[in-house]
Ligand binder design. Structure first.
Ligand code: ATP
Ligand code: MG
Length: 265
């Protein structure tokens, strides 16, 4: 395995043979816009071990989403290699990429991206539908995923009947329904108030701690990054800093000291 950056974090849960889940080697990404060429990633080499919880930070335009899109197999690098569970993803065609994406990657976005006329349960089922999972099994998995995020009593609600935090929890359940290898979240708390943000981070911390789920999360907020285990900071398409988070916050503890949202009864 060698001494890897990944080895510095993510070993908290006892596994010191931290298995490499993701390895990128000198990734570059160019966008061509007319005569203009944007060099969005300028040599990103990073390893992520199973069980890590990484905050990706950096100024607007530094390449965070570009990097996440490549990790998520939504886009291909212009050069460099990307290995996901030892599969060289950078050589795959569109169809194979879509299949890997569907089976191995869960996505959570800032804007939740739920289907409006579809219940929480049906939203959570969707990736399993695309993976051609049989209907009964789909319902079973989506029900379990919604239970994991604390929404057992909201399965039949439509997105408009849910709070922002609840909608984001449906999105997390949806991301988990195919039991992915990794959860990618691009500013998942960007549209949420501060207490709700911590509640979402509590769910992510539980999934990471109790189920060993590997998570990579983009955030602008140091307070949110502080719930993760390792911080990777981008600057102008390069990694400027990569270090373990020293005094990690525990969301469940933080919530105890935050005023509860008043009950309207
Ligand atoms: N589809 C695209 N076509 C052309 N240029 C792009 C495209 N997507 C991103 N870029 C450019 O690539 C650079 C990196 O963008 P990226 O979206 O990865 O930044 P970011 O770190 O996610 O920023 P933010 O914090 O604002 O979300 C920026 O200069 C951006 O303008
Ligand atoms: Mg972005």
């Amino acid at each position: 395995m060698g001494s890897t950056l990944a080895g510095t974090a993510g070993t908290e849960s006892g596994a010191d043979h931290a298995e490499t889940l993701i390895r990128t080697e000198d990734l570059h990404k160019y966008y061509q816009l007319g005569d203009n060429r944007v060099h969005a990633l300028r040599g990103i080499s990073l390893q992520i071990a199973r069980g890590e919880f990484i905050a990706v930070m950096g100024a607007s335009g530094s390449g965070k989403s570009t990097f996440m899109n490549i990790l998520g197999c939504l886009d291909q690098p212009s050069s460099g290699r990307y290995l996901l569970e030892n599969i060289d993803v950078s050589t795959l065609g569109k169809k194979q990429l879509a299949s890997i994406r569907n089976r191995k990657i869960g996505f959570v976005f800032q804007g939740f991206n739920l289907l409006a006329r579809t219940t929480a349960l049906e939203n959570a089922e969707l990736p399993a539908f695309y993976a051609r999972v049989a209907p009964e099994e789909r319902v079973r998995r989506a029900t379990k995923a919604l239970e994991m995020v604390g929404l057992a009593d909201r399965m039949d609600h439509f997105p408009s009947q849910l709070s922002g935090g609840q909608q984001q929890r449906v999105a997390i359940a949806r991301a988990l329904v195919n039991a992915p290898s990794i959860l990618l979240a691009d500013e998942p708390t960007g549209n949420l108030d501060s207490r709700t943000s911590v509640e979402v981070m509590e769910i992510l911390q539980n999934l990471n701690q109790e189920r060993g789920l590997t998570i990579v999360l983009v955030t602008h907020e140091p307070d949110i990054a502080n719930f993760c285990k390792r911080a990777v900071v981008f600057r102008d398409g390069r990694i400027k800093k990569d270090e373990p988070i020293a005094n990690r916050s525990i969301a469940a503890e933080v919530l105890k000291n935050l005023p509860a949202i008043e009950d309207e009864e």
